[in-house]
Design a binder for this molecule. Structure first.
Ligand code: MF3
Ligand code: CO
Length: 285
């Protein structure tokens, strides 16, 4: 069934159409989903998100330096909280829809949204995703990295590496006036070629003025589908790649932790990007 037309792009009232208006309206008329004008950030807003990203990267660099076997994920949470606050910023996850901590820590078969705990200790051979999101002067940034603790099996190591490649390949696939589906298509192809699966139930997202904005950035899909990518859009790509099947479930006890159904490991890498005239630029390096 054809999708009902959504007229997201509105020319500014009383102003003549710009070349950009004409280009986007033409694509919209062909039946594509295009962004609302509010999703195109101003240069000032992009600079604000970039400054937020500098603090966010500082947090991840600190974790990279400090993370070690025997440490609890609550200790990671404290490092994140203290660094962020001392840099005049706020950890975005804290109290977000009731999330109780400042960072998500997701070990082995935990896909994402793991809650730091004193009882959870990093063990030799673990792989862990640390997902850091920062609010500075009202601007949001979001990025995550994988860390390998001690001697990690070649199988898990390869999962971590291929997942990083998935993020890089997704980034390369995103072109101005291309589509969100181009990103998912490229990621899915690379993951499945390596015998892995792409998590369906969680996706990347617009970010910047709020934690989660449009569009939804799925990490699977078809080229030429999904929302049009216009310079000035800011969003994350954050593939969650499973060693086994893509099915996941949420821990009923805490309502947050997402786990693989088959108990096999999962990995994730994430950056916040801005679309430019020539492709994506990373705001969380
Ligand atoms: N950083 C996660 C994301 O990419 C958000 C998790 S924060 C939580 O959207 F509070 F929702 F857990
Ligand atoms: Co995110």
């Amino acid at each position: 069934m054809p999708r009902r037309k959504i007229n997201n792009w509105r020319p500014v009232k009383g102003q003549p159409l710009t070349e950009l208006d004409k280009k986007i309206l033409y694509i919209q008329n062909k039946g594509h989903l295009v962004p609302r004008r509010e999703l195109i950030k101003t240069p000032e807003q992009i600079e604000g998100i970039r400054r937020s990203g500098v603090v966010n990267t500082g947090v991840l660099d600190l974790i990279e330096k400090e993370i070690h076997e025997g440490m609890s994920t609550a200790e990671i949470d404290k490092l994140v909280y203290d660094y962020t606050i001392s840099h005049g910023a706020i950890p975005a996850p804290l109290n977000y829809e009731g999330f109780p901590k400042s960072v998500c820590t997701s070990i082995n078969e935990v896909v994402c949204h793991g809650i730091p705990s004193e009882k959870e200790i990093l063990r030799d051979g673990d792989i862990i995703n640390v997902d850091v999101s920062t609010i500075l002067d009202g601007y949001y940034s979001d990025a995550s990295r994988m860390f390998m603790i001690g001697n990690v099996s070649p199988e898990k190591r390869r999962l971590v590496e291929v997942t990083k490649e998935c993020l890089e390949i997704g980034m390369e696939a995103a072109k101005p006036f291309g589509f969100v589906g181009d990103i998912g298509h490229a990621i899915q192809k690379h993951a499945e070629k390596n015998g892995y699966s792409v998590v369906r139930d969680l996706c990347g997202h617009g970010v910047g003025l709020e934690f989660h904005e449009e569009p939804e950035v799925t990490h699977f899909g078809r080229k030429g589908t999904g929302m049009l990518l216009v310079p000035g859009m800011v969003f994350t790509i954050e593939p969650m790649i499973n060693m086994g099947r893509y099915d996941v479930y949420i821990d009923a006890d805490d309502g947050w932790t997402v786990l693989t159904d088959d108990g096999l490991p999962s990995a994730q890498w994430e950056h916040t990007f801005v679309m430019t005239e020539s492709g994506l630029e990373t705001l969380t390096y």
